[in-house]
Design a protein around this ligand. Structure first.
Ligand SMILES: CC(=O)N[C@H]1[C@@H](OP(=O)(O)O)O[C@H](CO)[C@@H](O)[C@@H]1O
Ligand SMILES: [Mg+2]
Length: 549
């Protein structure tokens, strides 16, 4: 069988690539101004169909979202049959296809791809897709559907839903009717799976206090609204920033990224959060979550991805011990260089910890090497992975005591509660609440596991960020030559100082991270390194940001 060249040509001509633009499948798929993505999404649909054929017709997912980016941005990413992120080699194919200048070039690229990756075109192609609430979503969904028609793939529209629900659907569809069935392949199935597990885990615990949930005026609100009534007896939640039709509201002064980056409450949350009360913020596609509370003096306290990792890993380790599986089930943690140094120290004293490059796919793959792999980026994106073998162990171990039986039941329920395909804000929220309910922890008690080192993240605009190259899980620069030495010299002057520099994978900037024992020193170190980077990259002295030292 050959490619339906004529049909593809007809459709592709309607979705021509803008000649002045080039696109890249980055850390989070393609992501840029929504109005420029028509050709990209059309081509991604064709690629997803080919990926499905490559997997013998198993269903591939496509998610149209730009997460925490401004409302006018959009993006698209591909989900593999098990619900994880697209294989790295195919990211390159995606970039090539997206940049083919003309329809003829596109056809040629597709033919090369089919040959090079040995795709059997006679296989079926199945794609399930969804989009978030952005205004550019419907037009891009139409582009995607044209792509599926062009190659003759069958598509299932999952509508407007969150990134983690789409990942859940992909895995559920592909495991339907098997002994590894992930769940019923619908939003209801997803909610049912999570809430059933949650209720089992908190049975016999007093109901949790009211939790404020900031939905960033994004698609998370849609699912959270359906979740809230199911769990209201055990976990009452109040939604804030749940408007889905206010122009410009998405992610505006709200959401997980706002809280983590600005290290303060969204103004809308500040108006209602009371001292001692917990709140959390989702991001625009509900795959990240950040917690916080106000201490007794009314000061804002952040409970980020590192704190979530510490809290949940400790709980799982405890259950594994109670279940008598301490010697056979290995729990490990995966972080990136952005993890707070205090969290790394705390965790390393208790568990194996691995540091990998930024981007969820790196964390996910590293976490797969443990029996139970807990991974969280500091910004709140993460989950827990249980190996198939481990799940089997939890289910088949014969308990020798009631305590052991309960621990095993809890572990099985956790494997149901946690969305193991990808970071999932609502699943992670329920996980956190389970641990808090079991420990009867307040926000302050959770917070006191370790004390965060003050830190500062700075963006530096440079002419060419590709000049910045790193090693050692992005913790050290190898290029520009000599710059790392200068950074080391600076860092040595600060107590508990640490700083690293890397090019962003999602924005045209170089990021500088710094931490130190006290706030003023962390800021000073960040702005000194920022200045170094700016000057090294040949930045215009007249435009040098005034905070750089
Ligand atoms: C410091 C930081 O938060 N970086 C984010 C950001 O990546 P950059 O490569 O740093 O732009 O976006 C990624 C995708 O959402 C996310 O995985 C990552 O954690
Ligand atoms: Mg997101």
């Amino acid at each position: 069988m050959t490619l339906p060249v004529e049909t593809i040509t007809q459709y592709a001509d309607k979705h021509a690539k803008p000649s002045e633009l080039s696109f890249q499948y980055g850390t989070a798929g393609f992501r840029t101004l929504g109005s420029t993505l028509d050709s990209v999404v059309f081509r991604v649909a064709i690629l997803a169909a080919l990926r499905s054929k490559k997997h013998d017709g198993r269903t591939i997912g496509v998610m149209i979202t730009a997460s925490h980016n401004p409302e006018e941005d959009n993006g698209v990413k591909i989900v593999e049959p098990r619900g994880d992120m697209l294989e790295a080699a195919w990211e390159v194919h995606a970039t090539n296809l997206a940049n083919a200048p003309t329809t003829a070039d596109l056809i040629a690229s597709l033919e090369t791809l089919v040959q090079a990756t040995k795709i059997d075109l006679s296989k079926p192609a199945n794609v399930v897709y969804a989009s978030d609430t952005r205004p550019s979503g419907p037009a891009l969904v139409a582009s995607l559907e044209d792509g599926l028609r062009a190659i003759g793939a069958s598509g299932r529209n999952a509508g407007i839903t969150t990134t983690p629900v789409l990942h859940y659907l992909v895995r559920s569809i592909n495991t339907k009717g098997t002994e590894d069935s992930y769940g019923v392949d619908s939003e209801e199935g997803y909610l049912e799976k999570l809430t059933t597990a949650y209720k089992k885990l908190v049975a016999n615990r007093p109901p949790s206090p009211l939790l404020l949930v900031d939905c960033a005026n994004g698609v998370g609100a849609l699912i959270a609204r359906k979740l809230a009534p199911i769990i209201q007896d055990v976990l009452p939640i109040r939604l804030i920033n749940e408007s889905l039709d206010t122009p410009g509201a998405l992610n505006k002064n709200s959401g997980a990224d706002f809280v983590k980056t600005s290290q303060k409450l969204p103004p809308s949350v500040a108006e209602v959060l009371r001292s001692g009360q917990r709140g959390c913020s989702l991001d625009g596609d509900a795959d990240r979550i950040i917690y916080y509370y106000l201490d007794e003096r009314g000061s804002f306290r952040l409970l980020d991805g590192d704190k979530i990792a510490a809290l949940t890993a400790a709980f799982i380790v405890e259950l594994v011990k109670l279940a008598g599986l301490e010697s056979s089930v290995r729990v490990g943690i995966v972080q990136t260089a952005y993890a707070n140094g205090a969290s790394t120290k705390y965790l390393q004293e208790r568990l194996p910890v691995k540091c990998v490059a930024t981007g969820v796919k790196h964390l996910h793959h590293a976490a797969e090497h443990y029996d139970v792999g807990v991974y969280f980026e500091a910004n709140g994106h993460g989950t827990v992975l249980f190996s198939d073998e481990t799940v089997k162990t939890f289910k088949t171990t014969e308990p020798q005591s009631p305590a052991q039986a309960t621990a095993l039941e809890h572990l099985v329920s956790l494997t149901q509660l946690i969305n193991q395909t990808v970071g999932d804000a609502l699943s992670d929220m329920l996980l956190v609440e389970v641990v808090l309910a079991h420990k009867t922890y307040t926000g302050a008690e959770w917070d006191s596991l370790y004390v965060d080192l003050p830190n500062r993240l700075v963006k530096v605009s440079v002419a060419d960020r590709t000049a910045f190259k790193t090693e050692d899980a992005e913790r050290r620069l190898t290029s520009p030559a000599g710059l790392q030495g200068k950074i080391d010299e600076l860092v040595n002057r600060y107590q508990s100082g640490r700083s690293f520099v890397r090019p962003s994978g999602t924005e045209d900037v170089v990021r500088v991270y710094a931490e130190a024992a006290i706030r003023g020193q962390a800021d000073e170190l960040a702005y000194r390194v920022g200045g170094l980077v700016y000057d090294e990259a040949g930045g215009d002295p007249a435009k040098r940001p005034k905070e750089f030292l």
